[in-house]
Design a protein around this ligand. Structure first.
Ligand code: 5GP
Ligand code: MN
Length: 339
């Protein structure tokens, strides 16, 4: 779905706000923090006060984007998050389709009386909660959409050199991560956006090293273990999946973010067009889904995993005992592909 970018409304709402609170989805990823950090640096350069509110911290490999920013996590400091939402003259939600995706702070956002802007690239944005919506599913990432929005602002007018370097770095990080280093969700405009950000001075090699090459030895061994011992392959359905238990996490000294990217790996098998990773958590099982081509994991997640996302990348939660996951998932896959 393509939606026109109402840059005038964005300009008007940001122009009249002194303190702006930026919000992203729970379990933030590179696009959530990239788009938020990019917006933060733009607003700061424009003389605005801003803060970022997230449900929980990011993996350490995104530390280069968060260092020194006023960023609050509900898991660590709920009162600071509530204060940031309550004192806001404007709330901007990015990389999330509805306030509920923000996690524990969502009710505060829904109840806030200040204006709200949504900048997002997911299907079916909950437009009723927002004063203006900048939504487009035919872009790589929320970061790309933030760039397109900022380029249309009066103080930038299509001149990327007017954006702060930190903004360009953050937005390119969001594009790199949401496209898995330009391997999926890439549109012609994505390369245009990347080109502009590189011209502004964003260092692709630095970002690549920080994001994709800064894991521990144990993470590498966990990946090998999951692929050789734990991956289940269902050739008749072009599906492969694995499960990651609390015990596996303990055995491999698991750190937040260590399983990032694992779900993509079985897509490298020629016949595979749907992959899943199930991670045991407290009281639920976190689901990550990926697909190739026309296989729609957003629909799969809606139907079977209480979630959503995009056609080729979605997530959700299943409330079943962990050991029941394989039989549940294999039953769902049989049903899904029977249609
Ligand atoms: P991931 O597998 O990286 O956690 O998520 C992939 C995509 O699915 C992301 O775009 C994310 O926003 C979306 N997603 C992940 N978990 C959920 C969920 O529980 N509900 C919904 N609606 N979307 C999700
Ligand atoms: Mn995204």
């Amino acid at each position: 779905m393509r939606t026109f970018i109402n840059e005038e409304k964005f300009s008007e709402l940001t122009g009249s706000a002194a303190f702006i609170t930026l919000v992203g989805h729970l379990n933030p990823d590179g696009d959530a923090i990239g788009s938020l950090s990019g917006m933060y640096h733009y607003l700061s350069a424009r003389g605005k006060q801003a803060a970022i509110v997230l449900n929980n911290p990011l993996p350490d490999n995104f530390g280069f984007l968060t260092a020194g920013l006023p960023i609050f996590y509900y898991d660590d400091a709920p009162e600071k998050c509530i204060e940031a939402v309550r004192r806001a003259d404007l709330i901007i939600c990015q990389d999330m389709s509805a306030p509920s995706r923000a996690g524990d702070i969502s009710a505060e956002i829904e109840n806030a009386s200040c204006p709200k802007i949504l900048i997002d690239h997911h299907l079916n944005p909950a437009v009723e909660w927002f004063d203006t919506v900048i939504s487009d599913t035919e872009v790589s990432s929320a970061s790309e959409l933030v760039l397109l929005t900022l380029l249309k602002q009066e103080d930038v007018v299509q001149d990327v050199q007017k954006l702060p370097l930190e903004c360009a770095t953050a937005l390119l990080t969001g594009i790199l991560t949401d496209t898995n280093n330009f391997s999926n969700s890439v549109f012609p405009t994505t390369y245009d956006a990347a080109k502009l950000l590189l011209q502004r001075g964003a260092d692709r090699d630095f970002i690549y090293r920080e994001v994709f090459c800064s894991f521990s030895e144990q993470r590498m061994r966990l990946m090998g273990y999951l692929l050789s011992e734990n991956m289940r392959y269902m050739p008749e359905y072009g599906t492969a999946y694995f499960t990651l238990s609390k015990n596996d996490k303990k055995n491999f000294s698991f750190l937040r973010g260590d399983s990032e990217g694992f779900v993509n790996l079985p897509l490298a098998i020629k016949n595979v067009s749907l992959t899943a990773l199930f991670t045991e958590d407290d009281g639920f099982v976190k689901v990550s889904l990926r697909s190739k081509g026309d296989v729609d994991v957003n629909e799969f997640s809606h139907r079977y995993c209480n979630g959503g996302g995009h056609k080729n990348a979605a997530g959700g939660r299943v409330y079943l005992p962990f050991e029941e996951i394989p039989s549940y998932f294999e039953k769902c896959i049989g049903e899904f592909f029977a249609r």
